[in-house]
Design a protein around this ligand. Structure first.
Ligand code: RNT
Ligand code: ZN
Length: 422
């Protein structure tokens, strides 16, 4: 275990060094408490859910690879895993549930039949932990999604079925927000699209708009529910056209006054969602970010502390938009310890926020506005060598969670005592 004295001394030095460039580390740490990352429940069990025993992710243009032992096989195990993850993270988090994670008590409850009662156990658990919940309709891993279209389906039976499903998720999410006293996000992502060049792009987009209009007819108080729609460029087996493209949902969100979800892995590889934050904020109430990492064809690798993540945090902090941009993780990797995957990704995201909060923005702005581009570039580079990690370590210590690499051993213990026995 890290010696608390060493952590404190390092923090003292860091505090002095940052003070010399006009940055208050204590203030940065106070703001950190407002950074609430929503942990996606689906990394615990490779997006399987609990509709029936042994349920697995099927289609939808997303895929989990790897069969590392320890996958959660019950709601109890998901809760246990998430509690473990939260015990290894400083600050407070939220939990993001998908509709297939309801407590169906062994009964067959189809997606157009789900009710609040199937999620009451989650709400009670969240209340006990003092955390908020977020929610998602599950428009994949279902026979009615096998044709490749859900809300944009030309089969009216299927389309109506999915409209009913999404309507119900909004009702459930609003109730989560109501009971927990913090608005629950309900994010609509659908896999609809075509592997090869389609002829009727327009027809499917007209249908998607119609479905969304039906879904959003019901209004809920903002204090209970925050609706978002998530765009995507392409998915596995959906390479030629995605109905819910960026322009489609951007238009829909702006026109209908709902939130937009930007997922890191859903754009052309050289596009960065960090750049899209200030482009969208003037036009929408709020944004949801799905923080992920694209690698070649995959959009869902474990998040690491890379340039893209840094830009996301910097842009939110610089725009003073922490209260308008909700941050969720969205990745799934079955090839490594799943608890480890959460902790690495969530810590990377937190570190990016610490890094951004420790930026002497006025100084950089001074250079920028004076046309001193070399000085701006140089200072941005120098900031990468400042002791922001010592500030994060101290934040961990203050929150009584493992500091630095100490969480690796903790996860090893959990693997021996819990995961390896599953
Ligand atoms: C898929 C989207 C979507 C899903 C989750 C499971 O490409 O990113 O957010 O990852 O709903
Ligand atoms: Zn996503």
């Amino acid at each position: 275990m890290k010696d608390p004295k060493v952590v404190e001394n390092a923090y003292r030095h860091a505090k002095e060094e940052y003070a010399s460039i006009g940055v208050d580390t204590d203030a940065a740490l106070r703001t950190m408490d407002k950074v609430r990352i929503s942990l996606h429940c689906w990394q615990t069990d490779d997006v399987g859910g609990f509709e029936r025993p042994g349920a697995e992710l099927g289609g939808g243009g997303i895929q989990v690879t790897g069969n590392y032992p320890g996958k959660a096989r019950s709601i109890g195990q998901v809760k246990k895993d998430i509690e473990k993850v939260m015990s290894l993270l400083p600050g407070n988090q939220r939990l993001n549930l998908h509709a297939i994670y309801g407590d169906f008590g062994g009964e067959k409850v189809d997606r157009d039949q789900i009710e609040v009662k199937h999620f009451q156990g989650w709400i009670d658990w969240a209340k006990k932990l003092g955390i908020g919940l977020d929610f998602n309709p599950t428009c994949f891993s279902h026979p009615y999604a096998d044709g490749g279209y859900t809300l944009a389906s030309k089969n009216e039976t299927y389309r109506k079925f999915w409209v009913e499903h999404v309507k119900r998720t909004r009702k459930i999410a609003a109730e989560m927000g109501h009971q927990l006293g913090t608005p629950a996000g309900n994010n609509i992502w659908i896999p609809d699209g075509s592997k090869d060049v389609p002829v009727d792009r327009n027809g499917h987009r007209v249908l998607l708009k119609k479905s969304l209009d039906e879904i959003f007819q019901v209004k809920y108080p903002k204090e209970h529910l925050f609706d978002t729609v998530e765009c995507k460029l392409f998915g596995l087996g959906v390479e030629a056209m995605t109905v819910g493209s960026h322009e489609f949902y951007m238009g829909y969100a702006v026109r209908s006054n709902i939130g937009l979800c930007l997922d890191t892995g859903h754009f052309h590889p050289t596009e960065q969602i960090g750049d899209k934050i200030s482009s969208m904020l003037p036009f929408v109430d709020g944004l949801l970010l799905h923080v992920s990492r694209g690698v070649r064809w995959d959009s869902d690798h474990v998040v690491i502390f890379n340039d893209e993540l840094q830009l996301i945090a910097q842009e939110i902090v610089r725009a003073k938009a922490l209260d308008r941009v909700r941050i969720g993780l969205d990745y799934f990797d079955g090839s490594l310890n799943r608890i480890g995957a959460y902790v690495v990704g969530a810590r990377a995201a937190q570190l990016a926020f610490i890094f951004a909060l420790l930026e002497p923005t006025p100084k950089l702005l001074g250079y920028e506005e004076a046309g001193k581009n070399f000085e701006r570039l140089a200072f941005l580079e120098v900031l990468k060598t400042k002791p922001y990690a010592a500030v994060y370590d101290y934040y961990c210590a203050k929150n009584n969670v493992p500091v630095g690499e100490d969480f690796i051993g903790e996860i090893g213990k959990y693997e021996t005592e819990e995961l390896s026995k599953r």
